[in-house]
Write a protein that binds this ligand. Structure first.
Ligand code: NAD
Ligand code: UDP
Length: 320
């Protein structure tokens, strides 16, 4: 059996990743490590039926106990996804968010070093901050406000990338970094607070759609299945290929266009209202995915309408 660890495995992306690994890799034994801060037991309920799946309730800010290390012995692959991703959640306890990225990746890298495992870090487009280069290429070094309310997330992720490279150079650990651009889909928490879940729920409930700012800021939305395929390909990529690699859908849309699209797809009559733009909210986001196409043979192939229809169906079922 191939032992695979997924930290943050009870969260939106993590639970979908655990399911994909169990479905596609018959020899996989998957251990989900999670502190259940934003993770939910309902996300992994179906997986618990599978004897190849297990859960270790643990905060990756803390070092592993010797009992836990024994449980993790022989691990071959580590996907490090643990970290709240929605601004209201990561800003709720910003100190813990930074520690999750910095101490968390340190503990996971130590595990990878001791066990000789591959490790993949779920980094983010937020390392580019308020970008002056558009679309964003991996070589762009970013424009992050290190004193702002998003810094706990952005700078934590930047430091995690730097630790990944230092473990690679110093100890030869096989490290892989992906920079994920806004991803959505079934499995999102209705209370998540990100744009897609908020807009869908507002439309389904007939409540006003709340746009922060004037809605001219852009995001590029990637459907979860597309993203996870890129993630798994990155883990399997040639030895020594560290990335970072952008993973996202280059179809850029304004937030206002996303609101109108979701209103059309839900056949809602909700009006659009405007609220103040949060501090440091990036003006634009679009990945340059040339590297992912070249190195991983990956590009997203689920359209915004198709992905949103699946996500709307998920929230409809969730509501009833
Ligand atoms: P999520 O909030 O749904 O999941 C995060 C998971 O990590 C949850 O299960 C949570 O309980 C767990 N967690 C948080 N802190 C932890 C800690 N200290 N110890 C153990 N577990 C902890 O978020 P998501 O959308 O599934 O994102 C997963 C990863 O992908 C995150 O690292 C996030 O930064 C990254 N990412 C996501 C997106 C996106 O659009 N979804 C974009 C960029 C990067
Ligand atoms: N946003 C919005 N209404 C909401 C939630 C988010 O207008 O109910 C905006 C938010 O200000 C940002 C964009 O949508 O400009 C994406 O926000 P999200 O929190 O999903 O992701 P991030 O800002 O981290 O890219």
């Amino acid at each position: 059996m191939k032992k695979i660890v997924v930290t943050g495995g009870a969260g939106f992306l993590g639970a979908n990743l655990c399911r994909k690994l169990l479905q596609e890799q018959a020899d996989a034994e998957v251990i989900c490590i999670d502190n259940f801060f934003t993770g939910r037991t309902c996300n992994i309920e179906d997986l618990r039926q599978d004897s190849r799946f297990s859960v270790l309730r643990h905060d990756i800010v803390d070092a592993f106990t010797s009992k836990e290390l024994a449980q993790l012995k022989g691990v071959r692959e580590i996907y490090n996804l643990a970290c709240p991703a929605s601004p209201p959640h990561y800003q709720a306890d910003p100190v813990h968010t930074t520690m999750t990225s910095v101490l968390g990746i340190y503990h996971m890298l130590e595990l990878a070093r001791i066990e000789g495992a591959r490790i993949l870090q779920a980094s983010t487009s937020e390392v580019y901050g308020e970008p002056e280069v558009h679309p964003q290429v991996e070589s762009y070094r970013g424009n992050v406000n290190c004193d702002g309310i998003r810094a706990c997330y952005d700078e934590g992720k930047r430091c995690a990338e730097s630790l990944m490279f230092d473990y690679h150079r110093t100890y030869g650990v096989e490290t892989k970094i992906i920079r994920i651009f806004n991803t959505y889909g079934p499995g999102m928490d209705p209370k998540d607070g990100r744009v897609v879940s908020n807009f869908i729920l507002e439309c389904l409930k007939g409540k006003p759609i709340t746009i922060y700012g004037d809605g001219s800021q852009t995001r590029s939305l990637c459907y979860v299945d597309d993203l996870l395929e890129g993630m798994v390909r990155m883990m399997a990529s040639e030895s020594g290929f560290t990335g970072p690699v952008n993973l996202g859908n280059p179809e850029e849309q304004t937030i206002k266009a996303i609101a109108e699209r979701i209103r059309r797809l839900t056949e809602s009559k909700s009006e659009i209202i405007y609220q103040p733009l949060p501090e440091d909210d990036p003006t634009q986001r679009r990945p340059d995915i040339t590297l992912a196409v070249e190195k991983l043979g990956w590009r997203p192939n689920i359209s915004a309408d198709e992905g949103l229809k699946h996500t709307i169906a998920y929230f409809q079922a969730f509501q009833s």
